[in-house]
Structure formats: structure tokens, C-alpha cells
Design a binder for this molecule. Structure first.
Ligand code: 3NM
Length: 230
């Protein structure tokens, strides 16, 4: 059964990185454990993998994510989504135009875009993205950053813009440098009067962990614990 877009829980969004997985584990075991620990969305991100292997990994991961009713999204590659039957895609601002992505993948596909400013939010709104990846919130060693840091205040500015201008509900998942210890601050400092981030996206705090189940569980606990009024 395909995923119902309107019912996605965006709380804990895992972005994979094959190079971080500790020795002795593999992407399938690692992602399964992370889902059992509480990950609610998975994005397969492969920057160096040949297309054939990318599709094979996507198909195998889809079997796992389906077991738990968790959406599987593919980083950047429309062809890999189509070949694997994955639930959707995450694109950057410089990737294929969102309208073309939608035309190729159809109305049911989940389509997300990276957004770090009001200008980029306008692109996502015009293309009717289903969700935004909001970042980079903080600095990170995981990806060579080419855009300025958004910070919690920048996140709030973008959330506020979306709320007032999008005309439809866009869940926003924050990404970049997010760890257990800064989650509550992120939720608290970025929220507007009425709109909050819908969840957080994580690479290293789960992918580099030798205990992905525990890592995910602990992150989810921080997400679900209301931020104190500080
Ligand atoms: N995208 P970590 S930041 C994959 O800002 C990615 O769009 C970003 O890794 C963006 O959780 C990022 O290890 C890496 O900090 C996030």
C-alpha cells in the first residue's frame, strides 16, 4: 500500500549516509533498528553510488520501510524513485524544477525541497512542495555547506513567512547539526505564535551511532518532551 501523504508523522526523519555506518553493520540493519527506535521517515541519500546499486538499495529498503508504514524518500533522483517504487523524493534548490518532478512522479508522490530563506521558500510554495527541509540550522561536518546557516531565528522567519503566504499547510523538518542536546532549544526558539517545525532530520546522530535504536529513541524523547519556557 502506498503511503497516505496527509497522514505522515514528520517527527524524526532519518537521512542515510553509507559512509558513516559503523563496521559490522549495514544500511538495512541500521535503518531497521533506527525505525524500531522511532524514526518516522527515511530518506535514502547516496551521492557516490552507481545508479544500479542505488535502485537495488532503494528496493530493499522499501521492503523494510513498508513493514513499519514509514515513507521512503529518495535524495535527488527521479529515475531511482520511479525504478524502485519509493514513496517520494527530496530535491535541492538547484535540482529539477518541482513542477517537472511532479509531472514525472504524479500526484501521490511525496515531494520535498531544501529551504533556507524566504526566497527559497517562495520556490517551494510555487512548486507546491509537500514539505520543506529547513536548514542548515547549525554547522555540520556531514555536508559541505554552500549556504549560510539559518539558525533558530532564521527558521522562525521562514516558518512565519510560510504561515502567512503559502496558502496550504507545509510541514517543515529542520536539518543541520541537530543533536539530543539542542532539540528543545530548536523547537522553542523557532516557533511562531502558531506554527512549529514538524520534526527534525538527522544524519550523523543516528547513522554514525553503534546503537541506532537507542540513538533514535533518545532523539524522539527529546522531540516529544515539551520545551521549558526559558
Ligand atoms: N542537508 P547532520 S544539512 C544532508 O541544510 C544535509 O540542506 C542539509 O547532517 C541542508 O545531521 C545536511 O549530521 C547534513 O548534521 C545534516
Amino acid at each position: 500500500m502506498p503511503i497516505d501523504k496527509s497522514k505522515i508523522d514528520w517527527s524524526l526523519y532519518l537521512v542515510t549516509d553509507p559512509d558513516m555506518i559503523p563496521e559490522g553493520s549495514d544500511i538495512y540493519t541500521h535503518v531497521r533498528e533506527a525505525i524500531k527506535g522511532g524514526c518516522t521517515v527515511v530518506q535514502l541519500r547516496e551521492k557516490k553510488t552507481d545508479t544500479g546499486l542505488f535502485v537495488e538499495k532503494a528496493k530493499k529498503l522499501l521492503e523494510i520501510t513498508r513493514e513499519y508504514n514509514v515513507p521512503l524518500l529518495i535524495n535527488d533522483r527521479v529515475d531511482v524513485v520511479l525504478a524502485s517504487g519509493a514513496d517520494g523524493i527530496h530535491v535541492g534548490q538547484d535540482d529539477m524544477d518541482l513542477k517537472d518532478v511532479r509531472r514525472l512522479l504524479g500526484p501521490d508522490a511525496i515531494i520535498g525541497i531544501s529551504v533556507g530563506s524566504i526566497k527559497e521558500a517562495k520556490v517551494g510554495i510555487a512548486g507546491r512542495a509537500d514539505y520543506f527541509g529547513l536548514g542548515p540550522i547549525w554547522d555540520t561536518n556531514t555536508k559541505k555547506l554552500t549556504k549560510p546557516l539559518v539558525g533558530t531565528m532564521g527558521a522562525r522567519t521562514v516558518l512565519s513567512y510560510i504561515e502567512q503566504n503559502a496558502g496550504y499547510e507545509i510541514p517543515c523538518v529542520a536539518i543541520g547539526g541537530i543533536k539530543d542536546y539542542n532539540i528543545q532549544r530548536l523547537f522553542f526558539q523557532s516557533r511562531t505564535g502558531t506554527k512549529s517545525i514538524s520534526g527534525i532530520a538527522i544524519v550523523s546522530a543516528i547513522m554514525a551511532s553503534t546503537t541506532p535504536y537507542d540513538a533514535a529513541k533518545s532523539l524522539l524523547t527529546s522531540i516529544k518532551t515539551p520545551a521549558p519556557f526559558i
